[in-house]
Design a protein around this ligand. Sequence first.
Ligand SMILES: Cc1cc2nc3c(=O)[nH]c(=O)nc-3n(C[C@H](O)[C@H](O)[C@H](O)COP(=O)(O)O)c2cc1C
Length: 351
Amino acid sequence: MQTSLTELLGCRYPIIQTAMGWVADPALVSATCEAGGFGFLAGAVMTPAEVEAGIEQIKAKTDQPFGVNFHMYTPGASEIVDICIRHGVRAVSYSRSPAPDMIARLKAAGVVCIPTVGALQHAVKAVAMGADAVVVQGCEGGGHTGKVASSILLPQVISALDVPVVAAGGYKDGRGLVAALACGAAGIAMGTRFLMTRESPVPQLTKARYVGARAEEIIVSTKLDGLPQRMINNECLQTLEHKSKVGMLLLAIRNGLAFTKLTGASLFSMLTSAWRMKQSNRLGFGQTLMAANAPMLIQEAMVKGHPQNGILPSGQVAGVIDDLPAVADLINDIMCEAEDTIERLAALQKN
Ligand SMILES: Cc1cc2nc3c(=O)[nH]c(=O)nc-3n(C[C@H](O)[C@H](O)[C@H](O)COP(=O)(O)O)c2cc1C
């Protein structure tokens, strides 16, 4: 299946595996690309050296094109731009606080710039800043998310833009792909569906919590890092929801210190990124400090495998997914179902 997205990214199918911190690792990305989709490495939670090592690992497993996701406001961002250019990475994705100078450098080197946006005004601004395509995420989507559902946001953004638009938030199958194409999208992007695969590095106990989740218990909360984020309403989130402001501040300080110890980042670089995040997201200082909670609590579930003690970012779609297929089977099934759906629709017209 060819669309403007497959042409832009050089993949066989219009299916993107989005970046997910501590989940979209080289094994998941390379499995996606080998199966005909397009995977993004989760560079936003990596140092530049880790991003480079991840790129090398992907290249060792596949010769298909792939992408890297990162935040342009972090201290290592400019170095990650250099690394992506040096390694001929096909595309980068980003969201908050895009930096015009970095976008200009990437585009001059032929790297496709494809940010994720959750609102019409952000989509328009992203294109004005040089985006070659945009991923539009409805509020059903996992991780940081907007306020408007895919069914309303997607057609609105498609009508307003003249670059390829990719639908995200709530997609998992071939019917969803055809629905997005019918709406005028150039493809779909999925996070949660790829998290729930055999190749995803998430520990089994945590994957089982995703499989058992109901759509109604996958809620949006600002308690983790001050920004609206969709996650499973587990024991850990319920504890955060009931913490006082002082309790949240103490937790943030404890997690911030643990994070600097874990990553070797200096307190100064942590505070610098927190300051940039505060400026670009117009958050209060208390809210910005809370951002320190996210990496520690997410890793508790996604890396250490303690789903009840950590945070489980998730799209609502996890509530209607009950399997953990191999990535190649997943992509094959999506494309077969998409073909069947298109045939079914064509038959409607003949009758
Ligand atoms: C566990 C998890 C981690 C995520 N981490 C990131 C991230 O590091 N960077 C990012 O841009 N988006 C992140 N997201 C958002 C996804 O890339 C994607 O936009 C979203 O999952 C799409 O919605 P869906 O889950 O309904 O498919 C994350 C989502 C999940 C579920």
